[in-house]
Ligand binder design. Structure first.
Ligand code: ADP
Length: 479
């Protein structure tokens, strides 16, 4: 059977990225399209930064009118092809010609419009999907509308949770003001008296996936379920966790154009990258000095409170630490001042910068990721590609991808700690430093890292099976 799958998402490399969602939506379709009888296309909002960078490639397909409450909004549909994938873009100046992606007071309305436009576009495309695969809350309503409006015959739906913390919540009035649907559909979109776009996706989708097996278990609990665990328990038979992969052509130290010295296994070249970076960031230049790195959104999820608690104490060791990130003012302010206090040891690079990120992966000995929770995490996988040793907290996808180094058996591809506790983090940061100074253990650990492999090869096959199963199921589970 032919799998025609339309991905619906709010970000996707190389067009627009704020985090790992963009990496996944950017790389998975390219890999899936190499499988027989499978074509994935992707639909995204046309943000201003996409127009700026891609206007020469964008081709207008059509325009149509989208009802948003009592107003009619024009949607202009564009497309372009990139690396074997057709990308559609929904343009509307009012909603998307703005700086950046999210964080506007009317984000809910913007993604109501986007979701409705995607559904109304289905009959206009020269591509007839049999699966609509929506990603995270921004696309949740597209699943609900596909189920309610039935825009094309026998369309199956999949909703993937990349992070259950962000749910897209609006006042209940939004149902009448924005959605133009009969009242009996409120129940499938409402949660705790509010419209919840993620709940709408979870309720209406034929199947639900998330991005690691551990996270699939965790989100069924009160601690990790962010209030939505009752629905996930109700739908547990339809929920699976498939681990994310990374694009190993893109994240490849051998060919990466952003880094100073390309390498595959050479420690010498890695040290040269370190020295290059130290010079660039104004750190003392010493290729032997252990370098710890974090590249992250500066939000509570990423374990920054733990790092705050121990950073001054840890920096008494003979190490350097670089944090690249942007996000909550609380953390930006803290690390700015921490770097002022520790001038020769800590750099806080406050911004979002792909080139610096690559240079940090290439330069670092350790990649620190002490997350409070982590659906999958791609950064630790990218770190492995660049032979930086991940130091992680055992949660979600971090638990599924990083095995702690065991001195007795010589197994493991990183370091980890269990409890969300700053002194456990401090202990493991120091333990990792001891191993760094023990050449035999360090060499064994490096060999294990070279063997770790997190491309899309296996996970894309899991998706193919999943698509085939869903297409061979006659009955919808929800109506
Ligand atoms: P999340 O999706 O929760 O942000 P992931 O680990 O899954 O976390 O993915 C993060 C992605 O975003 C990685 O590709 C990482 O390199 C990138 N990234 C995060 N912060 C920055 C930054 N400040 N500058 C450049 N890239 C960043």
């Amino acid at each position: 059977m032919q799998n025609n799958i339309l991905f619906v998402a709010s970000e996707c490399t190389p067009f627009v990225k704020t985090g790992g969602l963009a990496d996944v939506v950017g790389s998975l379709p390219q890999v899936l399209n190499q499988h027989e009888n499978t074509e994935v296309r992707v639909v995204l909002p046309l943000y201003e930064e996409i127009i700026e960078k891609w206007h020469e490639e964008l081709e207008q397909v059509t325009s149509f009118v989208v009802p948003v409450g009592w107003r009619n909004q024009e949607a202009i549909l564009y497309q372009l092809s990139y690396h074997g994938v057709v990308y559609y873009f929904i343009g509307n100046d009012y909603y998307f010609s703005r700086k950046g992606t999210y964080g506007y007071y009317d984000d809910g309305e913007r993604f109501v419009f986007f979701s409705r436009a995607v559904i109304d576009a289905l009959s206009l495309l020269d591509f007839k999907p049999n699966i609509l695969h929506a990603h995270d809350w921004q696309a949740g309503l597209s699943v609900a509308l596909a189920n309610i409006l039935q825009p094309i015959e026998a369309l199956k739906t999949i909703f993937t949770i990349h992070n259950i913390k962000y749910q897209g919540i609006m006042p209940l009035d939004a149902f009448h003001e924005l959605l133009n649907l009969p009242n009996d559909h409120i129940g499938g979109m409402e949660w705790n008296g509010l419209i919840n776009c993620m709940k709408a996706g979870l309720y209406h989708a034929d199947k639900i996936t998330t991005v690691s097996p551990s996270y699939a278990d965790e989100i069924k609990t009160t601690y990790f379920g962010e209030g939505l665990y009752p629905i996930l328990n109700e739908r547990h038979e339809d929920l699976v966790g498939i681990i994310n992969g990374i694009d190993t052509d893109e994240y490849n130290p051998k060919t990466d154009q952003h880094i100073a010295f390309n390498y595959s296994h050479s420690r010498k070249k890695k040290k040269e990258n370190k020295e290059d970076l130290q010079e660039k960031l104004g750190l003392p230049i010493d290729g032997e000095k252990p370098l710890y790195v974090m590249i992250t959104r500066l939000v509570e999820q990423k374990g920054l409170h733990l790092v705050q608690a121990i950073i001054d104490e840890f920096l008494q060791e003979d190490v350097q630490f670089v944090l690249l990130g942007t996000g909550d003012y609380e953390f930006e302010d803290y690390f700015y001042h921490a770097a002022e206090r520790n001038k020769d040891k800590l750099v806080a690079y406050l911004g979002f910068d792909e080139a610096i990120a690559r240079q940090l992966y290439a330069a670092s000995d350790f990649f620190v990721m002490p997350s409070l929770f982590e659906p999958c995490g791609l950064s630790q996988l990218i770190a492995l590609q660049y032979k930086a040793v991940p130091i992680v907290r055992e949660t979600g996808g971090l638990k599924d991808t990083i095995t702690p180094y065991d001195e007795k058996t010589g197994t493991g591809n990183g370091f980890s700690f269990t409890n969300y506790n700053a002194h456990e983090l401090l202990h493991v940061l120091r333990y990792a430093l001891n191993i760094y100074h023990e050449p035999d253990h360090w060499a064994t650990l490096q060999k294990n890292i070279i063997k770790s492999h997190f491309s899309w090869e296996d996970s894309s096959l899991e998706y193919i099976d999943f698509y085939q199963n869903i297409l061979s199921t006659e009955e919808k589970t929800q109506d």
